[in-house]
Design a protein around this ligand. Structure first.
Ligand SMILES: C[S@@+](CC[C@H](N)C(=O)[O-])C[C@H]1O[C@@H](n2cnc3c(N)ncnc32)[C@H](O)[C@@H]1O
Length: 251
């Protein structure tokens, strides 16, 4: 009995993120990490209280929740129905969540758009660009974007090819492989005597790839940080690639 959720690279959306097992495996990606980072980046950005912020690919809303607590109006969007359902339990008049594709812009504009914790690069390169165009369109002139991606050089250096993680009595077998254009993670496990197989593929994007993408937009790099404590980016050593963008005012 095998239940297979193998997702093709060209597939529009990776169902792994919508599966309850994704949340079981990564239950430690918690609100404390999100809170610490959000407090630091918001302090750095000095956005006016009451500003409108879009959390693009918000997952279960861990960052959105922290941003709203600091006095902002937040909309979190994600394609995962289950994550949004979970996030909506925290809604209030300044905090809302919607199922929405981050490559499709809204009519309204935001003071800032966040795309956090590797929520970019899951689709084709054309769609990567569409996500950036949507970020641009969603921002007011002079608005700020923050993209938090992995540092590909560090990922390559530290790659653990095979790993077993046991969570709630489920033994997750994880294999990771770096291909020319993407990193593929395969996750296999049994639960209640059924076999499950999921794949997660993320484009291998370096800072240079982002610079190339961004040259096609009206978004300008303001700063590049290398971790959640906002230390400067170092391509060999940094754990993260956190790009702060500004929408160049269109006259
Ligand atoms: C690694 S998770 C991070 C989620 C969240 N930002 C966090 O830190 O917990 C990546 C998220 O991107 C979402 N995602 C991927 N492609 C998307 C798209 N085109 N539109 C909306 N959400 C998308 C997935 O559903 C998933 O929730």
């Amino acid at each position: 009995m095998s239940k297979n959720f193998n997702i093709d690279y060209k597939d529009d959306y990776n169902k792994w993120f919508d599966s309850p097992y994704y949340h079981i495996l990564y239950e430690n990606r918690d609100h404390i990490e999100a809170k610490n980072f959000i407090e630091k980046i918001i302090k750095y950005l000095k956005l006016d209280k009451g500003s409108k912020i879009l959390d693009a690919a918000c997952g279960n809303g861990r960052h959105s929740i922290e941003i709203e607590k600091l006095g902002y109006k937040v909309l979190g969007i994600d394609l995962s129905k289950n994550s949004i359902k979970k996030a909506q339990k925290n809604e209030n008049k300044n905090l809302n969540f919607l199922i929405h594709d981050i490559s499709i812009p809204f009519e309204s504009e935001f003071d800032a758009v966040f795309n956090l914790f590797t929520s970019f690069g899951y689709h084709t390169k054309k769609k990567d660009l569409d996500v950036l165009y949507a970020i641009e369109k969603n921002l007011k002139n002079g608005g700020i974007g923050v993209i938090d991606f992995f540092n590909i050089n560090k990922v390559k250096k530290d790659l653990i090819e095979n790993e077993i993680i046991i969570k709630r009595n489920i033994k997750f077998k994880i294999t990771r492989k770096i291909h020319k254009d993407y990193i593929k993670k395969s996750i296999s496990f049994y639960d209640k005597k059924k076999e499950y197989n999921f794949n997660e593929k993320v484009n291998n994007l370096s800072l240079d790839n982002f610079i190339n993408y961004l040259s096609k937009t009206n978004l300008e790099i303001q700063e590049v940080f290398g971790d959640y404590d906002l230390n400067p980016f170092n391509s060999k050593k940094s754990s993260r690639l956190i790009i702060v963008l500004k929408k160049i005012p269109v006259k």
